[in-house]
Design a protein around this ligand. Structure first.
Ligand SMILES: [Ca+2]
Ligand SMILES: [Ca+2]
Ligand SMILES: [Ca+2]
Ligand SMILES: [Ca+2]
Ligand SMILES: [Zn+2]
Length: 569
């Protein structure tokens, strides 16, 4: 502790020396500040130069919690298959009330093992929120009224495996029979050329269906059906056919897809591959579902993925009535168009072709605004036609990545295939995730800005006035004026009503001892209150022998709780 203060004093001294003119005054202010016993927390730095491992993520969360104890509480919401704690940061200004009394905004990343950009985006959002509290007016206001639940790694086992092995992985780590041959994980990829990356192998073969692109020999293109002359190739993923079934790398480590394991529109393996034996069969998905159901205040769910630079929104379909919720579709479209403005990517509907998806469950079963941004798309659309073709990718590799994103085809003597060439795109930190650095930072910034935009639309219950009028001796008229000061209704979505996920807004009046209500109810049901709507007026007639205090508490599942007191007079 003493060391900490000495360090701080040293820093202060250096700062004071730098300031020339008003140094005495400022110095006094700073010393007074120190003397009162409010040392400024050591700032926690967040870097974008690499992808954070599970331990590094945990350390960042713990450091932030230590630096901003009035804004963050870190907790574990469950454990992964391998026993890692699923670490979540709850972020709100605790001085204005506990999290469960505020609208909840849930954010997670890295449910797919390799989509580690989601972890960084979640950490960046967390870091921005706490480090800007007090200096940024909007963030300050949001943390005073909302609670963010941030889970940077839904699938920490898969994430660790992805970050520390050459082999690619999508699901969790639990052994899984990808190819249905009755054996689990029997043929993983192998980094034959030991460059830390699984790329591709091309093998000259007259029956092959690929050929070298004459426009760029790095590129492989499909052989035309009529082509007889020329050199043709077969392409395999880099590795050995460990089980000699003729396929390469068809059953690697793990394989169960956590984002097909949620309890909405779930289907068994023979319909939806990698869905798992039953919904929330996995500890990771079960923990997420349990947490969300235990926090009915959650009005928004953002589930970060990486492939495509686009936003998936729910269709807005209401499965009970087999029709779309018009008002919800409009909200999704609004958030989608804002996504396109800020991030630059298109918006797609998360159709029901894919079963057991988190956002479909989040929307249909809990009525949350549930969104799935795909954070990254490699390459550059040089001719602005909306597509990035292989030449644009290669040009981007040459000009922007200094040719480091593509492994040049290099001869290799394969134990089963004979002479092959190994090469192709680097998958992990070029194709699936951006190379660390400015690309990553930009993605984090853009999605943070979009998150703030959504947060600003959330409902906000306020008691704008509470009045007491003495009508006669012992007789008082109490008037409360209640407002939803947000844009969205107190139920957030229409689906929340269909799914019975929200309670009506209740106005509860607490009276001083011996008082009784003559007209009005102790608990008044205000139903749901639309955003930007006319104020609700609640009135009571009270008989009270003494001039005590009345307290009005207005409670909503997803629009927060507001409390106000007044003396009878
Ligand atoms: Ca197998
Ligand atoms: Ca497997
Ligand atoms: Ca390799
Ligand atoms: Ca095989
Ligand atoms: Zn994904």
């Amino acid at each position: 502790m003493i060391k900490f203060f000495m360090l701080l004093a040293c820093k202060m001294k250096r700062r004071i020396l730098r300031i020339s003119r008003n140094s005495l005054f400022l110095g006094l202010v700073l010393l007074a500040f120190l003397g009162v016993g409010y040392p400024q927390p050591e700032k926690v730095q967040l870097t974008y130069d690499h992808y954070h491992s599970y331990d590094e993520m945990r350390e960042i969360l713990q450091k932030l919690e230590k630096a901003y104890p009035e804004l963050i509480k870190v907790r574990q919401i469950g454990q992964s298959f391998e026993g890692r704690n699923l670490m979540m940061a709850e972020v709100t200004n605790y001085r204005t009330g506990s999290g469960d009394k505020k609208t909840g905004f849930y954010i997670d990343g890295n449910i797919h093992a390799g989509e580690v950009t989601g972890t960084e985006t979640a950490l960046h959002t967390l870091w921005c929120l706490v480090s800007r509290y007090g200096s940024d007016k909007i963030v300050t206001d949001l943390l005073d009224h909302l609670v963010f639940y941030i889970l940077p790694k839904v699938n920490p086992d898969g994430s660790e495996f992805y970050l520390h092995n050459a082999e690619w992985i999508r699901g969790n780590i639990r052994p899984f029979d990808d190819d249905g041959d009755g054996r689990m994980d029997e043929d993983p990829a192998n980094d034959l050329d030991k460059d830390g990356e699984i790329t591709q192998m091309r093998v000259s073969d007259p029956t092959g269906s690929w050929k070298i692109d004459p426009k760029d020999p790095r590129n492989m293109v499909k052989r035309e059906p009529w082509e007889r002359e020329g050199q043709f190739f077969k392409i395999y993923s880099e590795g050995i056919d460990d089980d000699n079934d003729g396929n390469f790398n068809e059953d690697g480590t793990g394989g169960l897809d956590l984002n097909r394991n949620f309890p909405a529109l779930w289907n068994p393996e023979f319909i939806q591959k990698a869905a798992g034996p039953y919904p929330i069969s996995e500890p990771e998905t079960k923990a997420v579902v349990k947490f969300i159901l235990e926090h009915p205040n959650i009005g928004v769910i953002i589930n970060y993925h990486t492939a495509g630079r686009l936003l998936y929104i729910p269709t807005g379909e209401n499965p009970r009535q087999k029709k779309s919720n018009k008002e919800d579709k409009e909200i999704f479209e609004l958030l989608g168009s804002k996504y396109t403005d800020i991030v630059g990517g298109p918006v797609k509907l998360a159709g029901y072709r894919l079963s057991g998806m988190f956002i479909v469950w989040g929307y249909q079963h809990t009525g949350a605004i549930a969104l799935l941004p795909e954070l990254w798309r490699m390459g550059k659309d040089y001719n602005n036609d909306g597509q990035i073709d292989s030449y644009e990718k290669l040009r981007w590799n040459d000009e922007v990545l200094d040719k480091k994103g593509f492994v040049e085809w290099t001869p290799f003597n394969h134990s089963q295939l004979g002479p092959v060439e190994i090469g192709g795109w680097r998958e992990k930190f070029v194709s699936q995730n951006p190379p660390p650095g400015p690309f990553l930072k930009e993605i984090c910034d853009q999605h943070y800005r979009w998150t703030i935009y959504i947060a600003k639309l959330l409902p906000r219950l306020e008691i704008v006035r509470l009045e007491s009028n003495k009508l006669s001796e012992k007789l008082f008229k109490i008037t409360g004026i209640v407002r939803n000061a947000g844009y969205l209704p107190t139920n957030v979505t229409h689906q929340a009503l269909i799914a019975q996920a929200v309670e009506p807004v209740l106005a509860k009046l607490k009276l001083p001892k011996g008082a009784e209500i003559l007209i009005g109810k102790q608990v008044t049901n205000l139903g749901q209150i639309a955003g930007n709507s006319v104020d609700r007026i609640v009135e009571w007639l009270i008989l009270s022998p003494s001039s005590g205090e009345v307290c009005l508490e207005v409670i909503s599942t997803r629009a927060g709780t507001s409390v106000r007191k007044i003396r009878l007079r």
